[in-house]
Design a protein around this ligand. Structure first.
Ligand SMILES: CC(C)(COP(=O)(O)OP(=O)(O)OC[C@H]1O[C@@H](n2cnc3c(N)ncnc32)[C@H](O)[C@@H]1OP(=O)(O)O)[C@@H](O)C(=O)NCCC(=O)NCCS
Length: 191
């Protein structure tokens, strides 16, 4: 049922963006984004072209399985690859759906992550009828935390956690968990 619903919305337009599934043609943009130290500041390493290729293959496989995997964000006017933003079924925990984002630096600071994420939250709660959507973030990643806050996601410091298999003295170890319930999403939507 979920898959059928998702197949009905393979490509969506928002005010400034096209939100869509991954395609082979996204490889060039993905290589550039995942090889940029500004973008990867809060990730363990930059990705090589080979690693980005593998990442794209996995994303395409995951979206075949779940209908989505951090979908692509494209500039509506120019067709430029801006990065990804949206829902994903994570491999790190039990059954849940997360939301996440990664954009090329030229697209930062324009509210693009929020514009894309708002659509995907609505899709998650209204179309997929999810009860909750979560997000995780390295605690020092204030840009991303700000996006979570602007979306009305809730953070309880008591739920902060050490990411598995990362040494505890590594600055990328400590993560914050944000949650948004369907009820809170609806309350916000109704003002
Ligand atoms: C996180 C990311 C997607 C944000 O996208 P974006 O479209 O630029 O988001 P916004 O335009 O809404 O701006 C982010 C907000 O963070 C704020 N911000 C920027 N730098 C900040 C900092 N160092 N500390 C605190 N807030 C900061 C901005 O002022 C803005 O808030 P405002 O609208 O209230 O002014 C983008 O920075 C990115 O791709 N980063 C690299 C990848 C990454 O870290 N992904 C997240 C992993 S969890």
């Amino acid at each position: 049922m979920t898959e059928i619903l998702i197949e009905r919305c393979p490509r969506v337009e928002t005010e400034r963006l096209v939100l869509r599934k991954w395609e082979e043609r996204d490889l060039e943009g993905l290589i550039r984004m995942n090889g940029d130290p500004r973008v990867m500041e809060f990730f363990p390493s930059l990705q090589s072209s080979e690693e980005a290729k593998r990442y794209l293959e996995i994303s395409i496989r995951q979206q075949e399985k779940h209908g989505f995997c951090f979908p692509v964000v494209e500039d509506k006017e120019t067709g430029t690859f801006l990065g990804f933003c949206g829902l994903n079924v994570p491999g790190y925990s039990g059954p849940c759906v997360e939301i996440g984002w990664r954009l090329i630096p030229e697209a930062w600071g324009k509210g693009i992550a929020v514009e894309a994420a708002k659509f995907w939250l609505g899709f998650g709660f209204e179309t997929l009828q999810l009860d909750e959507i979560v997000a995780i973030v390295v605690v020092q990643n204030h840009k991303s935390r700000r996006v979570m806050e602007k979306l009305g996601m809730m953070h309880d410091p008591a739920e902060d956690f050490d990411f598995p298999n990362v040494p505890v003295d590594d600055p990328l170890c400590r993560h914050a968990l944000y949650r948004l319930s369907a009820n809170r999403f609806r309350e916000q939507a109704n003002g």
